[in-house]
Design a protein around this ligand. Sequence first.
Ligand SMILES: Nc1ncnc2c1ncn2[C@@H]1O[C@H](COP(=O)(O)OP(=O)(O)OP(=O)(O)O)[C@@H](O)[C@H]1O
Length: 308
Amino acid sequence: MPPILEISGASKGFGRGHERATVLRDLDLTVEEGDFVSIIGYSGTGKSTLINLVAGLLKPDSGSVKMDGADIRGPGPERGIVFQNYSLLPWLTVTGNVRLAIDQIFPQMTEKERAERAAEYIDMVKLSHAAGKLPRELSGGMRQRVSVARTLAANPRILLLDEPLSALDALTRATLQDEIADIWQKNRTTVIWITNDPDEALLVADRVIPLLPGREGATLGREITVDLARPRDRKQLLGTPEFKDLKLRLVDTLLGAKKDSTPHVTRKLAAPDILPEDLGKPRNFSFFNKPAPRRRSQLQREELQVEA
Ligand SMILES: Nc1ncnc2c1ncn2[C@@H]1O[C@H](COP(=O)(O)OP(=O)(O)OP(=O)(O)O)[C@@H](O)[C@H]1O
């Protein structure tokens, strides 16, 4: 049986003509059904571009992105995305937002079944007490819970999380990381979680794959297997040698790639060969008495090293 997701030699760039820049280069990734994968990278390396390729919102320039062995040709309900910015409809309540997805995906269900399904997923993200509230009445963490409930209620086979918690404060983020990991443990939907936070990646996922910047586009680096028992207790785990070792490996890989990708240009700057006028001194306005400009080369030589 083919893997649920297979990316082979995929590259993607943007722009036209000589302004075209490759953002992602030669990506290879295999995800099996039920995997919990986290992809971690610096801001701007192309993480959202990668998610958009899997979501079917973009097509690769070369290589392939396949689900169940067939090319992904566009968006589909079997791939649900949770974005960073909640993307809820502001005029609908929590139930209304979740129902919208259920009504679209399950038109054959009875009204009662749809209501029950909405209630079940709202309960899963611990929002039953706020089911009748509008998005503007919710905190950021609660809004993101609604997004997760709405996406899961549509029964996707792959859940794509594009930096879902990065707009939230650290404590809310930690709570939601644990909650989403718990939900995954119960329903085992395949998850691809994009993040730029090493702790987050290592606490939630079983496979952490760095997206490494490079001069000719970012590419996926060597995977780190996170063999830590679940449910994971962050308070207990963060101080353990196993966790520290995993984090060191991950951070080392990311920092190493950043250093390698930074173009290091050393060039000599030719400063104008005339010293600027000293504006602190009184000026001599007589044209004939005006001293010849002093030349920098008569006084000193200097070289500037510039890193760009
Ligand atoms: N549709 C587009 N047209 C042109 N350039 C784009 C497009 N989408 C992304 N890019 C460029 O591709 C690069 C990667 O963008 P992308 O949003 O994928 O990065 P990211 O890792 O998700 O960043 P962040 O973590 O800041 O969200 C950026 O330089 C961005 O400007």
